[in-house]
Every structure is written in C-alpha cells, then in structure tokens.
Design a protein around this ligand. Structure first.
Ligand code: AMP
Ligand code: ZN
Length: 114
C-alpha cells in the first residue's frame, strides 16, 4: 500500500522506535503513548483492519498475540497485567487503516474503555 503510514514504517521510509522485528511482524513504540508501556504490533503484510482478515490470516493473528506476550514480558508488564487490543473502524477508534494491536500496560487500565 503506497500511502499507508505503517507500510512506510515497515519499509523503513518513516522511522520508528523499534521494539521487536521478525519476518512477519514489527513492533514499535506508539508516538502518542496512552500508558507507561504502549507499543504497537503490526503484521508486515498490509491488512486494513479486523474486517479485512482472511482465513489465511488466522495463524498470523495468533502469532501476533504470542509475540505480544513475549514483548509484555520483556517490557516488565507481564506479571501485573496488560491489554492487547485492535481498534476496528470509525466507532472502534481506528485512525490508521493498517491492522495493528496496541499493547498497553504499566498502569491500571479502565474497563470498559471509553
Ligand atoms: P488507532 O487509533 O487504533 O488506529 O491507533 C493508531 C495509533 O498509531 C495511535 O495510537 C497513534 O498514536 C499511532 N501512530 C500514528 N502514527 C505513528 C507513528 N508514525 N509512529 C508510531 N505510532 C504512530
Ligand atoms: Zn499498510
């Protein structure tokens, strides 16, 4: 996707504060953190949102959650707890149309979210 900001980050055209990378996913610090720990985990493959998921992506999403658990441990929030969430569409609060998973932790998170 030519105009996608997260695809540009994947390609190295826009810098990011990288936390983790492998052949399938990239994780970097959110530019506008909402918690002491706030990183984004994205697939390198462009998928617009949860609505754009295909059967073939099922393994990838499970993989992202496993990587998220690993990152949470590395960033020291695994024991106290954290949240991994993907906003979908306008009402879901999605602003970047490349599927991404927020990993939030380091403080008590409210539930339900606003
Ligand atoms: P959402 O609102 O769920 O689509 O989340 C998009 C997130 O991407 C927001 O939390 C933004 O702060 C974050 N974001 C946007 N641009 C960048 C960037 N260049 N680097 C890091 N995070 C970004
Ligand atoms: Zn993209």
């Amino acid at each position: 996707m030519e105009d996608c900001i997260f695809c540009k980050i994947v390609k190295g055209e826009i810098p990011c504060d990288k936390v983790y990378e492998d052949e399938k996913v990239l994780s970097f610090k959110d530019i506008s953190p909402e918690a002491p720990v706030h990183v984004l985990i994205i697939p390198k493959k462009h998928i617009t949102s949860i609505n754009g998921l295909k059967k073939e992506d099922e393994e990838l999403i499970g993989y992202i959650y496993n990587i998220g658990a690993k990152i949470a441990k590395e960033l020291g929030v695994a024991e106290d707890g954290y949240r991994i969430v993907s906003n979908c569409g306008e009402d879901g609060g999605q602003t970047v149309p490349h599927i991404h998973f927020h990993l939030l932790g380091g403080r008590k998170l409210n539930w339900p979210p606003g």
